[in-house]
Design a protein around this ligand. Structure first.
Ligand code: SF4
Ligand code: MG
Length: 328
């Protein structure tokens, strides 16, 4: 399949009073047509900032795109005018967040909120937009769509609000749907239903999905392809089955071995001994070295390159695999 999005050496920095935080540090990966790519990692690893950079939502200080390209269907999003970008955002690329309540406007009806992007981007009149909105409410599996159309957000449950967010995100038939922890705030049953819905949509509409999560259960269920991030870098990338069967990076191995800890704060579902390094003074070495049981001298001195292994699509940034590299 062809690439819908290509991140090429993206660098997104935040200038803080403590120094520069390289939230996304030289990140490259692609999202392919009709596939679900999961970006997985702990809170603060740069996964959300990568998505925000793609939506051009990092435009004002302290955040700054410090380098790289983000190609959307071959065109660099970072070079587009604000106007061209506004035609893409919410139209060709849509995003849904963890907390649907904060993304929905409490004083507008559900119908008004779904029809707004339809009228703006698809240039339909109000009557056509209403029909399309009702169709979308049905599509996301909510019964009595006409009644819901006239409801306000507070009249719906959390799971229904997330379905409405998905309906809004899909209203303009986007090529790419970004979902940033879309089910984290929902209980387990509702979470499973929302994931089912997203899978169904991907299959029906051939939408590409960039799903950001810290939850490997979600990854196992949803991903075609997985990108693992740690301290601003992509440290491993592989098709989902391969990643679960043969994780290469010691960090990924740790994530997969760690048992989820129930009822702890959500950011620390998996426990690997040691601390994520301070993002302000990251050195040019392996950022995982202080937590890695295989750490060698070179790991503390030099950053491992992110490159393919000989067996195909699997990529890893770790000095343990230098002999297995593809001949390039
Ligand atoms: Fe561990 Fe070295 Fe690999 Fe980093 S590069 S993960 S420290 S073995
Ligand atoms: Mg986040």
């Amino acid at each position: 399949a062809k690439n819908v999005v290509e991140f090429r050496n993206l660098k997104t920095h935040f200038h803080t009073s403590d120094g520069i935080v390289k939230a996304v540090d030289d990140v490259s990966f692609s999202i392919r047509e009709g596939e679900t790519l999961c970006v997985v990692g702990e809170s603060g690893c740069g996964k959300s900032v990568t998505a925000m950079s793609l939506m051009r939502l990092i435009e004002t200080p302290p955040g700054k795109i410090a380098g790289g390209e983000i190609l959307f269907e071959g065109k660099d999003i970072l070079k587009m005018s604000k106007r061209d970008m506004s035609l893409i955002r919410g139209n060709e690329i849509s995003i849904i967040f963890q907390e649907p309540m904060s993304s929905l406007n409490p004083v507008l009806t559900i119908g008004e909120q779904i029809t707004e992007p339809i009228i703006l981007h698809l240039l339909m009149n109000r009557k056509e937009a209403r029909l399309k909105a009702i169709e979308l409410i049905n599509l996301v599996g909510i019964p009595r769509a006409e009644k819901i159309y006239d409801s306000f957000p507070h009249e719906l449950s959390g799971g229904m609000r997330q379905r409405i967010m998905i309906a809004i995100a899909l209203s303009c038939n986007p090529k790419l749907l970004i979902a940033d922890e879309p089910t984290t705030a929902l209980d387990v049953t509702i979470q499973a239903q929302i994931l089912d819905l997203m899978r169904e949509i991907k299959n029906k509409m051939n939408t590409s999905i960039m799903l950001i999560t810290h939850d490997l259960g979600v990854v196992a269920e949803m991903a075609d392809y997985v990108v693992v991030m740690y301290a601003g870098k992509v440290i491993e990338e592989a098709p989902v089955l391969e990643l679960f069967k043969e994780p290469k990076h010691p960090y990924t191995q740790g994530l997969l071995k760690a048992k989820p800890i129930i009822n702890q704060e959500k950011d620390r579902l998996y426990s690997i001994p040691g601390q994520v390094p301070n993002p302000v003074d990251l050195e040019d070495n392996c950022h995982f070295h202080a937590r890695c049981e295989f750490c060698m001298d070179i790991c503390k001195a030099k950053q491992p390159p992110f490159r393919s292994l000989a067996n195909g699509e699997h990529k890893v940034a770790c000095w343990l695999y230098e002999e297995e590299r593809e001949v390039q």
